[in-house]
Design a protein around this ligand. Structure first.
Ligand SMILES: Cc1cc2nc3c(=O)[nH]c(=O)nc-3n(C[C@H](O)[C@H](O)[C@H](O)COP(=O)(O)O)c2cc1C
Length: 136
């Protein structure tokens, strides 16, 4: 089996409602292909984990990379796996940063138990990115 994580940049007019629709549709389609994973969205960028049979993952990431809802997809990690890190979610999404006190910890605790340290660090780092206005 194969595991892939990418980041990409959202295009305009995409928010929590659109994320909900996208995730529900993705979860349904992934179930048919035995693909599991998760998607984090911070208002500007996506980070998604996809895992399953290699040919299914390649075909899906190829399709996702052409989706007009985002651009500049970059695969940041790819590896062969014996066991899924995220076996229970055909797709689940989170809006981050969870910027209220304690939310970073809640996000970390919401991640699947099967996530290894590397995967956990990638998602919690992404989830703690905060956009700041440049000071002039
Ligand atoms: C950030 C992002 C993540 C996506 N994740 C998935 C996914 O996990 N599974 C999926 O089937 N489609 C996903 N899609 C949607 C696909 O790009 C595509 O629209 C969908 O597979 C429908 O394709 P079809 O009409 O050819 O079936 C995602 C799109 C975006 C923008």
């Amino acid at each position: 089996m194969h595991s892939l994580i990418y980041v990409s940049s959202v295009r305009a007019e995409f928010g929590p409602a659109e994320l909900e629709t996208l995730t529900a549709q993705a979860a349904r389609k992934n179930a048919r292909r035995e693909i599991t994973g998760m998607l984090a969205f911070n208002g500007k960028s996506f980070m998604q984990l996809l895992e399953g049979e290699q040919n299914q993952i390649e075909a899906l990431v190829e399709k996702i990379s052409k989706d007009p809802r985002h651009r500049d997809l970059i695969v940041i990690r790819r590896r062969d796996i014996e066991v899924r890190e995220c076996p229970d979610w055909t797709m689940r999404s989170f809006v981050v940063p969870l910027d209220r006190a304690g939310d970073a910890k809640r996000f970390s605790m919401a991640l699947p138990d099967g996530f290894d340290l590397d995967t956990r660090l990638l998602f919690t780092s992404f989830g703690s990115l905060v956009r700041q206005q440049p000071k002039v």
